[in-house]
Ligand binder design. Structure first.
Ligand SMILES: Nc1nc2c(c(=O)[nH]1)N[C@H]1C(S)=C(S)[C@@H](COP(=O)(O)O)O[C@H]1N2
Ligand SMILES: [Mo]
Length: 257
């Protein structure tokens, strides 16, 4: 698809004559018949497109490290034990009743049990987490790629952002922690829903049972205690409208490292 587009662009740039014009029209028709551009995609088609998009965008990959670089004690930051009775009851029960609802602008809204998340194909990565406060920690994270989870619900073409709603109340319960990322970040090949740190079930301090893990952005984007994922066309209606708890306090929405 990228080849077709770049050939078409090249023709436009070269400004070829009438013959090229009809070729160009033929190219357009061809494009709209490709399965990727149909309104409703199957799960496989969605995933194929997501993977193509990341290949085409040539997003950088975060460096991965050898085992010897894993921090002996990973630093915990922000909430380390959500002050939420429902969450605490689930935690006591090993998160057997936890359900991750994934809905919004998707064809197939779905709730995942922790068992289902754990039984998906997983990636293990040894990567560095950088906090805006000026510390970094290297840890080994395991979990399914977010794009594989999204392929199960099939995002609609109108979905532009992925919202993450968390279990931890902030500011004496007036807000809950939440975050958002764009679709490009969501389909990045290092974006995980991590359920394990250093080979152990994710401890509560680090976001049990599941937290977001991104390769190329700062710590505050990586929502812990994820309870609900919603695909949306805009993050403005949520919280105070800036796309995340810390963004609402003035941090930048795009927190590239
Ligand atoms: N739900 C939730 N997610 C959160 C936070 C939080 O307080 N609550 N803190 C953020 C910040 S500022 C950082 S640096 C990382 C810290 O993750 P860690 O505790 O695993 O080091 O989580 C981020 N995700
Ligand atoms: Mo942070």
């Amino acid at each position: 698809m990228s080849n077709i587009i770049s050939t078409r662009r090249r023709r436009l740039i070269l400004g070829l004559g009438a013959g090229a014009g009809s070729l160009l029209l033929a190219g357009c028709d061809q494009l709209s018949n490709l399965p990727q551009t149909r309104r409703v995609l199957s799960s496989e088609q969605w995933l194929t497109r997501a993977v193509q998009d990341t290949l085409v965008s040539r997003d950088a990959l975060a460096p991965e490290f050898p085992r010897a670089d894993i921090a002996p004690v990973f630093r915990a930051n922000g909430t380390t034990d959500p002050d939420n009775p429902k969450y605490q009851a689930m935690a006591r029960d090993g998160f057997r009743d936890w359900q991750l609802r994934v809905d919004g602008l998707v064809e197939n809204p779905k709730s995942f049990s922790l068992q289902e998340i754990r039984s998906m194909p997983a990636q293990t990565q040894i990567t560095r987490q950088d906090c805006v406060e000026g510390w970094s920690c290297i840890g080994q994270w395991t979990g399914p790629l977010l794009r594989d989870v999204l392929a199960r619900v099939i995002p609609k073409p109108s979905a532009r952002y992925v919202m993450f709603f968390c279990a931890d109340p902030m500011d004496d319960g007036r807000d809950y922690y939440y975050e958002s990322i764009d679709m490009r970040t969501a389909v990045h090949p290092q974006t995980l829903l991590a359920y394990a740190l250093n080979g152990e079930a994710l401890p509560i301090a680090y976001g049990a049972p599941v937290r977001l893990r991104l390769g190329l952005q700062l710590g505050y984007k990586m929502a812990k205690y994820v309870m609900h994922i919603q695909l949306v066309s805009s993050y403005r209606p949520f919280g105070r409208g800036h796309g995340g708890y810390w963004e609402d306090q003035g941090y930048t929405w795009y927190a590239g490292i």
